[in-house]
Design a protein around this ligand. Structure first.
Ligand code: HEM
Length: 224
């Protein structure tokens, strides 16, 4: 894990293009998820829409409202342009993101502990809720210690976990993987896959970046 303060230099618009496209795509998918899976609970506030969640609707609304805000705010926090030009906006959105995750994870913890779909499903979601709170908490602690680089790394991990439920819905509800049986085994497996696999991929990329930046220094020193 790197422990230095960020040395990131402003990059040209062309160099930023792939990142801008990736963040826009993530934002679009997040907006689609909110429209399809979250809005119905606001627009149809009745037992038919809520089904098994009706008795626990307070917990569900706390959870989905926090999750929705975190999902839609997250991508903006990775914009270097926003950080450089409007640092105050970045800070305010960062606080909103953290409060949203506190609400979303509290609701998820409650929903996971009281689920009607068995202990395997409940455990997978309770642990995901803990990972959600932990990664956001680490990002917050790092920035409080003014460790910008470490803060950025934990924000990446945090958003990967925030996005897990969207990844889960893709795997569970769409394409060939949605036909796998038995149904509950499929759902539990995909909850784990939806955050463990992206988190390992993100970790490899972060550590490669870190190794490269550390090995670049002696080479530059040799040249001078
Ligand atoms: C990443 C951590 C998350 C965890 C641990 C989690 C956990 C849960 C749990 C435990 C339930 C109830 C399941 C049951 O009672 O069996 C649930 C339902 C739901 N969650 Fe999350 N969730 C997470 C992220 C999100 C996010 C970011 C959103 C976006 C708004 C979201 C939207 C929903 C919706 C719409 C439902 C209702 C039912 C469904 O569509 O499956 N969740 N979640």
């Amino acid at each position: 894990m790197s422990t230095y303060v960020s040395t990131a230099r402003p990059r040209s618009s062309a160099a930023r293009l792939p990142k801008t496209i990736a963040l826009s795509a993530v934002l679009l998918v997040a907006a689609w998820f909110v429209y399809v899976y979250v809005f119905p609970y606001y627009f149809h506030y009745n037992p038919a829409q809520y089904g098994v969640y009706w008795l626990r609707r307070g917990g569900l609304l706390l959870h989905i409202s926090g999750g929705m805000v975190a999902l839609l705010i997250g991508p903006w926090q990775f914009s270097q342009r926003l950080r450089q030009r409007h640092l105050q906006v970045h800070r305010v959105m960062g606080r909103v993101y953290l409060v949203a995750i506190a609400c979303g994870a509290t609701g998820a913890f409650y929903m996971g502990c009281t689920t009607f779909f068995g202990w395997g499903w409940g455990t997978s979601l309770v642990i995901l809720a803990l990972a959600w709170a932990t990664t956001a908490g680490m990002a917050f602690y790092a920035i409080k210690q003014r460790q910008i680089q470490i803060h950025q790394e934990w924000m990446i991990r945090s958003y990967v976990v925030t996005f897990a439920f969207v990844t889960f819905r893709f795997l569970n509800d769409m394409g060939p993987t949605s036909h796998l049986q038995p149904h509950l085994v499929r759902s539990i497996t995909f909850v784990w896959v939806s955050w463990v696999v992206p988190l390992v991929v993100a970790e490899v990329i972060l550590q490669l970046r870190s190794i490269r930046s550390l090995t670049r220094v002696p080479r530059q020193a040799k040249l001078s």
